[in-house]
Design a protein around this ligand. Structure first.
Ligand code: GSH
Length: 237
């Protein structure tokens, strides 16, 4: 029998969704516990993740109430670390390829996503910088994609795809609804840039990721749009 795995998440957190995607793609049995991140229970930081953020997982130990995790289970946090962990405990899932070169490429893709897309993209949504760095990051990611392939690396869904997909879903919202603290129209303008021939390979990859059943199963677009609209309301006119 496999070890118990409990995922602590928030339904609208892109970092949590990375883990849900990997779990669904690996068909991995697990229990999910929703943490109210706006009113966090005291036990969460003291017993699960000292940093107090989702996602986090407990692994192993007895099957207990998620609100009272066992000291015998391992506690693992940071979405990219958890993704690697899932690939380790499900070595036959394809979450990481077997080939060491492709494994390195998947890790490089994750690192590039975190540094060059995630950071600039959320800075843009928050109205802290223009979309120039986001576009540069997307160009960098596009350069890593191989023509004619559906996935970030190799010919199978990996943690590299899980790492970027929630951000691609957020990007879709921004370019289709212009929601964010950036000056009015900049979300649409970013969309126009991305729809040009220069970004055709990236946009094909985006569509493939957004069409996956795992994405649809783990994502509530309307609620994320509402969250974006309420969190990112004061706009530069
Ligand atoms: N670098 C972290 C970021 C996690 C993160 O920022 N989680 C947010 C939700 S999207 C959170 O838990 N916020 C609650 C808080 O900071 O108190 C990761 O990749 O796991």
């Amino acid at each position: 029998m496999s070890e118990q795995l409990t995922l602590y998440l928030h339904k609208l957190s892109p970092y949590s969704q990375k883990i849900e995607l990997a779990l669904v793609e690996a068909n991995a049995p697990h229990r999910a516990y929703q943490v109210d991140i706006f009113n966090k229970p005291e036990w969460f930081a003291s017993k699960v993740n000292p940093v107090g953020k989702v996602p986090a997982v407990t692994y192993g130990g007895p099957n207990v109430d998620p609100e009272d995790p066992s000291p015998l289970s391992a506690k693992i946090a940071e979405s990219n670390v958890v993704l690697e962990f899932l690939a380790d405990i499900y070595p036959d899932s394809g979450l990481l390829p077997k080939d060491p070169i492709l494994r390195a490429k998947a890790r490089f893709f994750m690192d590039a996503t975190t540094k060059h897309v995630e950071g600039p993209f959320y800075a843009f949504i928050r109205g802290l910088e223009s979309y120039d760095n986001t576009l540069k990051g997307i160009e960098f990611i596009q350069g890593l994609l191989e023509e004619g392939r559906d996935f970030a690396v190799g010919d199978h869904y990996t943690i590299a795809d899980a790492c970027i997909s929630p951000h691609l879903a957020g990007l879709k919202i921004v370019i289709e609804t212009d929601t964010g603290k950036f000056p009015v129209g900049m979300g649409y303008k970013l969309g126009e840039e991305l729809k040009g021939p220069k970004f055709a390979k990236f946009m094909k990859y985006v569509q493939g990721m957004l069409d996956r059943p795992s994405l649809k199963q783990t994502y509530d677009e309307e609620s994320v749009i509402t969250l974006f609209k309420t969190r990112f309301t004061e706009r530069v006119q």
